[in-house]
Design a protein around this ligand. Sequence first.
Ligand SMILES: [Zn+2]
Length: 189
Amino acid sequence: MKFIDLTHRFEDGMPVFPGDPHVRILETRNDYILSRIEAGMHAGTHIDAPRHAGYPGTVETISLERLTGTGFLTSPEGIKSHVPGGIAVVRTGWSSRWGSEDYFINYPFLSMEIADELLDADVKGVCMEGPSVDRHGEMEIHRKLLKNGVWIIENIKNTELLPERFRLFAVPLAAAAEASPARVFAVLE
Ligand SMILES: [Zn+2]
């Protein structure tokens, strides 16, 4: 078995979406070390639950069964071959810009047609290599997917290491909130 980590490192001062809270990991040293974090729930690789778009459903309400499945690669232009009931991973190459000034601005996003294709394929979730499934400043694709119970992971990396098919695991906190940082990884048989 081979494991491929699709997660950006969660660290102090990491890049965040413009306007989002900065990530701070503050360490206190006494007899032992104890850290406190300050961060938005959408920092780094994270999951969006339906509540993010105003629908019922926080992160902890998404079943573990829906957070794992057969992953398949797609591009923002269209789905070549999908796996019904699987998890779509949108490979864009954009993670190579992580830390650059335009990472959160001119990124690739999904069209309404692709969102419809993904819903037709009955996917459990969509993992986006980039900061959002929507164009900067818009929310339409989020609404479409989340309304239909399809979770969204944003800011993944290492998609160039993935084959066409793999087992995908998305592991957020059991957060009673609309989003949560998540560990996302693929397992190849
Ligand atoms: Zn988000």
